[in-house]
Design a protein around this ligand. Structure first.
Ligand code: F6P
Length: 376
């Protein structure tokens, strides 16, 4: 039994990001070439696992993909325990189990962010052998030093801030640049710091628009009649942050189905309204400072293209460490980046947790020291 040739399946779930193919290659080549395992790849995340759609990840499929953006397997945000089939939400965990049995798989490797860690934990609790790798441009997965995708997105967002300086400076404008990151401020903080943004707004530090306009006016007085505001998509004013807090609490506390639905509806309405936050902020700043303001939303550009050197290395070392763990039949863990090495962290310690920017983080302190306004 111990010497049986192992068979594994790989899937990529959640938003695509640079480094996914490098990680597929890292797991696949080490598993296949070094450990003589058979490797397949499921199409479109957990959806492919449920629908039993896969491709053979043989030597030729794994060749030439290290530098490619996106994922050769395709991805989706489907959850096996809450899949919409013919308009109805169904738990497909049983089907996943059957498919794995039919395919004689020893383990499923799930490459993904926070949502994927939660889905993988559910499968693990249902008795399925899983291992995960942490990927996301948001860098918000708990218990790992880093996630692949982040370094590349950081370079792209920093380059964008560099370029936006030209127009801001030449036209004496405020340019508000919206940066991704979901609920975490890592991408905005890092790019803002590296690109020398004058204002950095992150979800972890609710802002006061009057403080921002005062900082911008102060810059004008000192002769800098332009400003770059790097704002995270999840950043909120103090008032909005308070509102979200109350509504999120209501969702958690709701006891009946009716009150749960009402609270969830309220939260969805708030979230919808928040989507226009960056435009509203630019408008408010224009009114308060009398400086022309423009908005640039970086969007999916941040997730596209070839992974940076740092991400290629990270994805490869996490991928190969994953193959080592499969060889040892060590399942139910996420392969975390820890200093120069890796660590197998039990999924229970990762799932459902977010790694947010501590408001006293050294990057925040450095930003303050160089005179950047954090909006508080
Ligand atoms: O998690 C990566 C990310 O790009 C977030 O920064 C962003 O909030 C989200 O995905 C966007 O999701 P979607 O691809 O579903 O629009």
């Amino acid at each position: 039994m111990a010497n049986k040739r192992q068979r594994i399946g790989i899937l990529t779930a959640g938003g695509d990001c640079p480094g996914l193919n490098a990680a597929i290659r890292g797991v696949g080549k080490a598993a296949q070439g070094f450990y003589q395992m058979d490797v397949i790849g499921f199409r479109d995340g957990f959806l492919g696992l449920v629908e039993n759609r896969f491709i053979e990840l043989d030597r030729s499929a794994l060749s030439g993909i290290l530098t490619l953006g996106g994922t050769i397997l395709g991805t989706s945000r489907d959850k096996p325990h809450r899949m919409v089939i013919d308009g109805k939400t169904k738990d497909m965990t049983g089907v996943v189990k059957e498919n794995i049995k039919k395919l004689k798989l020893d383990c499923v490797v799930c490459l993904g962010g926070g949502g994927t860690q939660k889905n993988a934990l559910r499968l693990h609790q249902a008795g399925i052998n899983v291992i995960t790798l942490p990927k996301t441009i948001d860098n918000d997965v708990a218990m790992t030093d880093a996630t692949f995708g982040y370094a590349t997105a950081l370079d792209i967002a920093t380059d964008a801030i560099d370029r936006l300086h030209s127009t801001a400076h030449s036209h004496h404008r405020i340019i508000v640049a919206e940066i991704m990151g979901h609920r975490a401020g890592w991408l905005t903080l890092g790019a803002g710091l590296a690109g020398g943004a004058d204002v950095i707004l992150i979800p972890e530090i609710p802002y006061d628009v009057k403080k921002i306009s005062a900082a911008i006016r102060q810059r004008s007085k000192k002769g800098s009649s332009f400003s770059i505001v790097a704002v995270a998509e999840g950043a909120k004013s103090r008032e909005d942050a308070q509102l979200f807090k109350i509504v999120e609490k209501n969702v958690k506390r709701a006891e009946s189905l009716e009150s749960t639905l009402a609270a969830k509806h309220e939260l969805a309405t708030l979230e919808m309204r928040h989507q226009g936050n960056t435009l509203r902020l630019a408008h408010q700043l224009e009114e308060l400072t009398r400086l022309e303001s423009r908005v640039t939303i970086l969007g999916y550009v941040q997730r596209g293209g070839s992974p940076s050197t740092e991400d290629r290395i990270l994805a490869t070392r996490l991928g190969t460490a994953c193959a080592d763990l499969i060889h040892k039949r060590h399942y139910g863990v996420m392969v975390a980046a820890r200093a120069d090495g890796t660590e197998a962290v039990p999924l229970e310690k990762v799932a459902g947790k977010l790694k947010l920017v501590p408001p006293d983080h050294s990057w925040v302190q450095s930003a303050r020291r160089v005179g950047t306004c954090l909006g508080d």
